[in-house]
Design a protein around this ligand. Structure first.
Ligand code: ATP
Ligand code: MG
Length: 569
């Protein structure tokens, strides 16, 4: 195999593969896999693993399998399998014909178990679950052998066969590997290989009432698929001796397991179990809630697969656990969207602006640039008329010195349009609330430029009141208030750190009329407001809904800049 074309910095996993290619350990093959348990939706941590496995396979001209480790019929659902496939595809990866299920290997795994029994390396244990736990010992004390540990091969074979035939109740017997109850590694203290579960399986139906444990099935599935490099997260380092033990005991093909540090992100929890809790308890609207760190949440929020892949490449792989700043992920997103998101104008909190010297009933179609970062993006027409909406925040009746937006007597530029000067306000007589801002425009500033070289400090976005569309806009903030959501008082869990203000819904906002045609999921930069996308779930022809993907404030770039200048912000 030719050595790969490499644009990216190298890391220890690449070095291991290079080494194995050099020594011809796997006849030049590179076969990786992404092996999810179908018990939840994928999150951004999984994206790291997907990018790594599929990325390495592509880089070395190898293959990457998508394998569902579906050994536990209780927690697994078809919905999860479908969502996982959709997410991997959306991220831009293709497993081709290499879609597998650990459940496809149930016959083979059963045969392996029988082989181990025959070799005297596995036995049927009849201790209860609680007793097994008690006999197991602790990190500081060795375990105790089960009284059933020395059953004869014949008795074990017969019992295992009867377990399979459904003769026993759940919890009465298990099959265990006969290794070492005194091992300092708890995984090696005669781990359970099979348990009785009278439960149909989504793929094998009622064929089985015993199911292999993850630790028995996982490494052997890699072996069956002739995976060359089994890349997994650090917590599996302690399981490696067990996987090796099974492979050696069975004299089968042996993949190389390589562990790397899992991704942790600030302001984020990243375990399927915890994410499931958030969904089940209604803290979020579902797995694809735009505040969720799931791939489907990011997709709905308006993230691009390119931004996520770029992020995964930039964080690299390491041997030690660490916490990545979520600002880096947002930075990758902004970098991508800045290049390709068309600019439009949307007013989130509308305030009427009436141009007193602009003729009633007149409408001008003004040219507006679609994307200053993209010379091919062209222009569009935006209607301008006597009554507009501007942002409430862009007007102050009694402004401080540094306020460069609109105020009585001040002149500002309306983007793509004209200069306007504020002449006064109209208020609700009872409440004193500002109902509208009055102004005049200078007809000689069409397009937003003045011939006489007169400068204005502020440029505002706006929409024409008669033409704009009503829209609902959802603003999101971090789902958790703490950088590390696990940091809680002793009697609380991560849910105590949920951010009560992680969602703010604005209605009615006003957006450019051209957005009537916006496709679900399409992304825009709302000038001065950030990146937004059409919510692919709730938005429709009669009800425009936008999600704020990100603000324009790039805290990551700021941190980097400050770092270069030698101080922390
Ligand atoms: P969780 O701990 O979130 O429930 P998991 O490890 O149980 O996830 P699996 O479906 O077993 O989820 O994971 C599939 C693959 O994704 C595994 O190889 C696992 O190591 C990897 N993976 C899971 N979480 C992360 C993460 N945070 N960073 C990198 N890789 C991860
Ligand atoms: Mg797991």
């Amino acid at each position: 195999m030719a050595s790969p074309k490499r644009e990216n910095p190298s890391h220890f996993i690449r070095h291991r593969i290079d080494e194995d290619l050099k020594t011809h350990k796997y006849e030049g093959r590179v076969v990786t896999r992404f092996p999810p348990e179908p018990n939840g939706y994928l999150h951004i941590g999984h994206a790291k693993s997907i990018c790594l496995n599929f990325g390495l396979a592509a880089e070395y001209g190898g293959t990457c399998h998508l394998r569902f480790d579906d050994t536990n019929p209780i927690k697994e659902e078809l919905e999860y399998i479908e969502s996982i496939k959709a997410d991997v595809r959306w991220l831009g990866f293709d497993w081709g014909k290499h879609l597998y299920f650990a459940s496809d290997y149930f016959d083979q795994l059963y045969a392996y178990a029988v082989q181990l029994i025959k070799a005297g390396m596995a036995y049927v244990d009849s201790l209860s679950t609680a007793e097994i736990r008690r006999y197991r010992g602790t990190l500081t004390s060795p375990g105790i052998n089960s009284p059933y540990r020395d059953r004869s091969v014949e008795e074990n074979l017969a019992l295992f066969e009867r377990m399979r035939a459904g003769e026993f109740d759940e919890g009465t017997h298990v099959l265990r590997a006969k290794i070492d109850m005194a091992s300092p590694n708890l995984n090696m203290r005669d781990p359970v290989m099979y348990r009785i579960m009278k439960m149909p399986h989504h793929r094998t139906g009622h064929t089985w009432c015993i199911y292999p444990m993850y630790d028995f099935a996982h490494g052997l599935s890699d072996s069956i698929e002739r995976i060359t490099h089994s890349i997994c997260t650090l917590e599996f380092e302690d399981h490696r001796p067990l996987y090796d033990w099974f492979l050696d005991a069975l004299h089968v093909y042996h993949p190389t397991q390589i562990e790397f540090a899992r991704l942790n992100l600030t302001y984020t929890v990243m375990s399927k179990r915890k994410l499931l809790k958030l969904v089940e308890q209604g803290h979020v609207s579902g797995w694809d809630d735009p505040r969720m760190p799931t791939i489907s949440g990011f997709r709905r929020r308006g993230y691009t697969p390119e931004a996520i892949r770029n992020f995964c490449e930039r964080i690299g792989v390491a041997k030690r656990d660490s916490m990545v700043d979520v600002a880096l992920l947002e930075h990758c997103l902004r970098e991508d969207l800045n290049k390709r998101a068309p600019r439009v104008m949307a007013v989130l909190k509308p305030l009427r602006l009436v141009i007193e010297n602009y003729p009633e009933g007149r409408v001008e179609m003004l040219d507006a640039e679609n994307n200053p970062e993209d010379p091919t993006a062209g222009t569009r027409k935006v209607p301008f008329s006597r009554v507009l909406y501007i942002e409430q925040d862009d007007f102050m009746e009694d402004p401080p010195k540094k306020f460069f937006r609109l105020a009585p007597g001040r002149e500002v530029r309306l983007k793509h349009a004209y200069y306007v000067t504020c002449t006064g306000v109209k208020k609700d007589e009872e409440t004193g609330r500002i109902l509208e801002v009055r102004c005049t425009y200078d007809p000689d500033t069409r397009g937003g430029w003045s011939d006489d070289g007169r400068k204005v400090r502020g440029t505002l976005h706006w929409v024409s009141a008669a033409h704009a569309l009503k829209a609902e806009i959802r603003l999101y903030d971090h789902l958790f208030i703490k950088e590390n959501p696990e940091e809680t008082e002793t009697d609380q869990d991560f849910r105590a750190n949920l951010n009560p203000r992680s969602l703010e819904v604005l209605f009615p906002c006003r957006v450019e009329p051209g957005l009537a045609e916006a496709a679900p999921g399409s992304r825009y930069q709302f000038l001065r407001q950030g990146y937004f996308c059409v919510d692919p779930v709730d938005s429709s022809k009669d009800r425009l809904v936008f999600n704020r993907t990100a603000t324009l404030r790039d805290t990551w770039a700021k941190i980097q800049q400050a770092g270069r200048q030698g101080f922390r912000p």
